[in-house]
Write a protein that binds this ligand. Structure first.
Ligand code: MN3
Length: 208
């Protein structure tokens, strides 16, 4: 895990075409190799110029922003957020069709959203509601499951919340295949969620 400066663009945990036909190979190349790479390069440049921040982990850069010089708070939030969010998004997906279950999480979801199917409907609604660019998230907020959205490359408040799942709804995540139809992208994305990874994050958040 590459969590400190210098940041490198770690490979996707699957092939670029692994999410076909739901998310296309070209989008994955551009998204990982160009978009994420740009955030990594920008973050490294900021840290190269500010050596006193090089010992901060990626998460610390996002949670200890009050320790950052004021003029760096926005660029660090944008670029460290861009790295964190993209890695989290890519790690939340897997090849379609592989058996993948999250029995403990789905049981808990039923308490908060009625059922996993209702959760998916509410999550889709939230992802559709993001105006412009941003993300929708499933988080554990001190043990409570919640859906929230963030604008641009903002992350959920990681001091109090544990992210469990995210979808990137910037247009670059879907425009080549789904054009401007974000709803169709969300439906396709719901078929490639790595529920096993989400369940693992959920269990860790419960100290299980
Ligand atoms: Mn993106």
């Amino acid at each position: 895990m590459n969590n400190f400066y210098p940041f490198v663009n770690t490979p996707l945990p699957y092939a670029y075409d692994a999410l076909e036909p739901y998310i296309d190979e070209k989008t994955m190349h551009l998204h990982h190799d160009r978009h994420l790479q740009t955030y990594i390069d920008n973050l490294n440049k900021l840290l190269e110029e500010n050596p006193s921040l090089q010992h901060f982990s990626l998460e610390e850069l996002l949670t200890r922003w009050c320790r950052l010089p004021q003029h760096l708070q926005t660029p660090i939030r944008n670029n460290a957020g861009g790295v964190f969010n993209h890695r989290f998004y890519f790690d939340s997906m897997k090849e379609p069709g592989m058996p993948c279950q999250a029995p403990r999480l789905f049981e808990e979801m039923s308490l908060y959203f009625k059922s996993p199917e209702d959760f998916k409907a509410q999550f889709k609604e939230a992802a559709l509601s993001v105006f412009g660019s941003g993300y929708a998230w499933l988080v554990s907020d001190r043990g409570q499951l919640k859906i929230l959205t963030t604008a641009n490359q903002n992350t959920p408040p990681l001091n109090s919340m544990t992210p469990l799942l995210t979808i990137d709804v910037w247009e670059h995540a879907y425009y080549l295949k789904h054009y401007n139809v974000r709803a169709a992208y969300i439906d396709d994305w719901l078929r490639v969620i790595n529920w096993q990874a989400v369940e693992e994050r959920f269990l860790i958040s419960k100290n299980c």
